[in-house]
Design a protein around this ligand. Sequence first.
Ligand code: AGP
Length: 587
Amino acid sequence: MCGIFGYIGNQKRAAAIVFEGLKTLEYRGYDSWGIAVKAGNRIEIEKRVGKIGQAKVSLPQSNLGIGHTRWATHGGVTVKNAHPHRDCSGNIALLHNGIIENYESIKSELLAKGHTFLSETDTEVAVHLIEENMKNGNTFPEAVRRAFLRFSGLNAIVVMNSNSNQIIAAKNGSPLVVGKSDSGFFLASDASGIVKFTKEIIFLKDDEMVILDDSVNLFTVSTGKNLPLSYEHVDWIIEEADRGKYPHFMIKEIFDQPKVIRNIAETYADQIDDLAEVIKVAKGTFFIGAGTAFHASLAGVYLFSKIAKEHINTAMASEFNYLEDFLTKQSLIIALSQSGETIDIVEPLTRAKQKGSSVVAIVNSLGSTIYRMADKKLLLGAGPEKAVASTKAYVAKLAVLLMLSFAMVRKTSDAQKLLLEAAGEIRRLLSDENLEKLRRLAKELKGNENIFTVGRGTSYATALEAALKIKEVSYIHTEGLAGGELKHGTIALIEKGTPCFVFAPMDETHEAILSNAMEIKARGGKIVGISPQKAEVFDHFIEVKDVGEASVITQIIPAQLLAYFLAVEKDLDPDKPRNLAKSVTVK
Ligand code: AGP
């Protein structure tokens, strides 16, 4: 996680430039932030706990600065643990993204040599190790290189030295980009942070380090050998997100959904037909994703079985590493991701590529790591998704997977019709009357400690996604289950009044899921039925009209809205829930 930004150049506004860059990168972590600038021969640092938001920086004028937004891994959310961290001399400051897995042994060694540590982070060992390497006669770049080589794990570090007037960065696993413009050089944890300053970008590869001073020099970390510079001109326009008339991004993004689905229905047929041909020739296709994207993958597996009569495997991306021994050159991995930066996906994709398997990216973020590493790419076109809780990127993935499963049997146009119907039904679900109904339900449920969500078939994926949405923004423990699994244990938790959301579309699961609802009700559960048809067992009924196989898209809408209203009713920030980040770049 963590956003990184650095600047060195002819502008004296380093702190302001870094601050502006960090704001774009805050989606990578927002528990605390910090900026360091060179002030004379010293380094001045300002660090704070909390979101960067409208904060003001009061650092001196400088032409060299680095900054960081943190998502805590090692050490609590405190000012001391916020980056940048300084060495004992105060002339070197460092920030970091990743986890230095062997930090404990390095720390003991450095403590024994007299270094003083001020934080509980793994990161701080890096700056003291560089200092120690310099004491042993190494130049600043060599000290950084040697230190970086000692770290295990997936890491990116950025180090500034007020004596040598340099910024040095090295990476392995975590992304880093460098940009150049007439006003100087920029460094960021991804290109979206940099494109407003420059379009000339170097995407650093693993095992590369860069030195920024009056010029840019690139090296291989492991050998120390100089590398040629290869700038890419990116002509991306990163859409700025605007909440418009909405109080939060989450509700704005829920309202964006009909447009997103319509766009996919109307303009994606050709690229989806192409992708279907790729799947047809592969020997073993896997959908992988994390969190919400995994739920979309799971729904995709059901859709492929039902519509295309094709078996597709799926795995949570973080588990795929342990399931990939059988991958071959004929295997196809389809990675689903909103951000395109999730390390749990990047890691198995890297290994799959090493084995010669093909990789397809279905992502929302142009130019992201996963987008760049894929052999074939499909952009979701949902527009920037700012709220941490993913909504429109989820339905976009479902729309693509639905179309893809129909494309496998050359019936893409059937899917297009269903998607247009689904877009219409979502618009109806977003009526004032319906919003009011869900707001009232949220008021009724906000005091509960537990909620359950159940579904079968594609609605099992919906149940998992509904539970994730509710828990991440309302902090109410919510568990999603396959309807048939309840009686195998979890039903023991149902008490009088326990809310249980039952997804009952008019498909082959309808009768069986209503029986499961009966079983819950018999034990005192309060049933919220989400279905085209009212049933006696429902205590609350939320009508979602039948749109055939596209019901997997429409059924999630009431759950997204309820999650949002629960957060609002509990006075929580639905856009930036506690402990989370929009882009998850640590393991
Ligand atoms: C969804 O609401 C999440 N906050 C989270 O589960 C997310 O879907 C997951 O981290 C994967 O992110 P990605 O789509 O950017 O890869």
